[in-house]
Design a protein around this ligand. Sequence first.
Ligand code: MRU
Length: 347
Amino acid sequence: MLEDFFLETVALDDENDQVIILDQTLLPLREEYVRLTTAEQIWVAINNLQVRGAPAIGIAAAMGIYVCVKREAKKNCADLNNFFYETKNYLASSRPTAVNLFWALDEMEKAFNSGNEKIEALREAAVKIKNDDIAVCKAIGTHGAALLKNNMGILTHCNAGSLATARYGTALAPIYAAAEQGVKGIRVYADETRPLLQGARLTAYELHRAGLDVTLICDNMASAVMQQGWVQAVFVGCDRVAANGDTANKIGTSGVAILAAAYGIPFYVCAPRSTIDFSCSSGSDITIEERSPSEVTHKWYAHPMAPEGVKVYNPAFDVTPQKYITAFITERGVIFPPFEKKIHQLK
Ligand code: MRU
């Protein structure tokens, strides 16, 4: 069973009021779990990408706010309401682009204000967010696997696999599902995904660990691989989908989409409904995270690889215009253009 190969990314230790995460910054060298107790620790873990990938961030924040509020309630906090909203706003500031973070915290707010016993309502909501993600990813896998046939080459960017979710992943879920269904000879090309190497460290790691055929390429090799006819489809995940279908995902995704269009290769975005942001009418409404220049100039290198003080632009995401997207694969099925009306129906 491929399921046996999935690592648990985020878990709740209810007895000790802690969130346990797989520290993804240590992969592929070490599989180590970290226990998070305070809101600050949860904020740092999300901001530093120890837990990352849009759905996993949402789950960590949901479990995080639950354990923080529960611990505060035990101290007979005079104003639990104020504490909830302070913690919610603080965790929401950990990363700006993946809408699942805000979505999950809003779900927790609904639970907090549901009129039921607050701590139990928060626990149930956090556990549900995780369990629903497993079901959603499984459904995306089933719908996406129908697009896969024997001996296809698939290119993917960043990591939208099991490590980015509670299980299965989004973009990798169809590949796992197809393999389980007996589809043979699927080859995956994983873009290394500069500057943080989620493709090399995480996608190549989880596919290789599961015994699937994966070839790691540098981002600038995607065109060469496509030109040689080795890629029959691109599958990527997403961090925020606007109402018109414009899609924010890891920096470099829009370039892959444009290449795919140039070579006539279908470009699929695997998108849970929790990643659709109906308040953004188009991609220009999506906030793009900018990260430290040192991720480009220093990280991973024994010595700095750029002159000291040079200007650096380091956006973590880009927006793929919807015209480059062949279809969205959601938990409800596959959506082909025109997107706007069909996305609206997912509300
Ligand atoms: O910066 P990251 O590693 O959190 O970026 C992750 C991505 O861009 C993923 O493709 C996206 O979150 C979808 S994960 C199912």
